[in-house]
Design a binder for this molecule. Structure first.
Ligand code: SF4
Length: 348
């Protein structure tokens, strides 16, 4: 059976025409599934009876199951626990209100069940990779958040960050297709979409070829290859010189600035020497650095940096004219999914 949620508009049009229906039926179907978020064939009122019969016989709308929604005290962060064909997935919604500097509903979505990358600070890494999520499963996380927001205040998801469970660029095709659907059907501009990677060089080059306006964020966490290898095994495969060359190629091709994510752990990567190494690595290349209070993960010796260490680290970067921000912590009562997410949005 074909899963409609995994199909882009041209796929649905091709499905219609290949089965003897006019092309516009595909477009109508796409609008129901991805724009109006109606998942009941019977409610798709402008489709012909024979097309609906065909859809019922040959396709499914493969929705996940919403198990729980956990909210932080102030409801500024909500974690959705979803199940897709046996895989448990976490999706986190951060709600930014006008008084906190903008009206945004940012959804942090997962792209894989588990992850093969093995980052030392990450809870998701512990059990390895179960499987890639499909385009439909990625998109459905947005459907659930939109349904929640619609019901509560009539809003919808305005920004999406691919920073949940999994390495997005290791599931490239499904992720790229989902980005197209978000942008086209769910009204989320490319500049409101961020894809975060641990540094898969060939996939960064592939993404550069798309010449899209999305924001690429790269988890660096150290400017020292030996330390980075300890924190992130992917650095053995793609050492820093190779990664930095790929990022420069990316910026040259897309004319978009890359964000460097740097989670700070007490006395591991948060000293003045570490900051100077980072400043040297990034100087005069136009990166933006996000400093994130690293979140302690059970069974590791990684502890959160103090506010003073983080401020001193930022001061060194600013001294070198590197644009730096310290990431606001969100959802202290909600445990996020990925190590990066946990670090960003929990435990200030
Ligand atoms: S931090 Fe991200 S890339 Fe690294 S293991 Fe966790 S989910 Fe995978």
């Amino acid at each position: 059976m074909i899963d409609l949620l995994s199909l882009a508009q041209q796929d649905m049009e091709a499905l219609a025409t290949a089965n003897g229906f006019p092309k516009f039926r595909g477009k109508q179907l796409y609008e129901w599934c991805h724009k109006k978020e109606i998942f009941d064939y019977g409610a798709m009122t402008n489709l012909s009876r024979d097309f609906i019969a065909f859809l019922k016989a040959n396709t499914v709308i493969n929705r996940g199951e919403l198990l729980t929604v956990t909210s932080s005290g102030k409801e500024d962060a909500l974690k959705f626990l979803l199940r897709f064909d046996g895989a448990l997935i976490e999706t986190v919604l951060m709600r930014y209100h006008p008084k906190s500097g903008g009206e945004r509903n940012t959804l942090c979505i997962s792209t894989q069940a588990g992850c093969a990358m093995g980052c030392k600070f990450c809870a998701t890494a512990k059990n390895g990779l179960s499987r890639n999520l499909t385009t439909g499963e990625i998109i459905d996380q947005v459907n659930f958040a939109n349904a929640y927001l619609r019901q509560n205040n009539g809003e919808s998801v305005s920004n999406v960050v691919y920073m949940g469970m999994g390495e997005p660029l290791a599931n490239y095709d499904a992720v790229w297709k989902s980005i197209g659907i978000l942008n086209d059907a769910k009204n989320i501009g490319m500049r409101r979409i961020t894809v975060s990677t641990c540094g898969l060089v060939p996939a960064i080059d592939r993404l550069a070829e798309e010449r899209s306006q999305l924001t690429l964020a790269v988890s660096l966490h150290s400017a020292n290859d030996a330390l980075r290898r300890q924190l992130m095994p992917i650095a053995k495969k793609y050492p820093l010189p190779q990664l930095m060359e790929a990022l420069n190629r990316y910026m040259a091709m897309t004319k978009r600035r890359v964000t460097i994510e740097y989670a700070l752990f007490d006395r591991v990567n948060d000293g003045e020497k570490d900051a100077r190494e980072l400043a040297l690595l990034l100087k005069r290349q136009g990166f933006h650095v996000n400093l994130i209070p690293g979140n302690p993960v059970a069974e590791t010796d990684l502890k959160t940096s103090s506010k003073q260490h983080i401020a001193a680290f930022a001061a060194v970067l600013k001294e070198h004219n590197i644009e730096t921000s310290i990431r606001e912590s969100r959802g202290q009562d909600v445990e996020g999914a990925c190590g990066q997410l946990r670090a960003k949005y929990t435990n200030s």
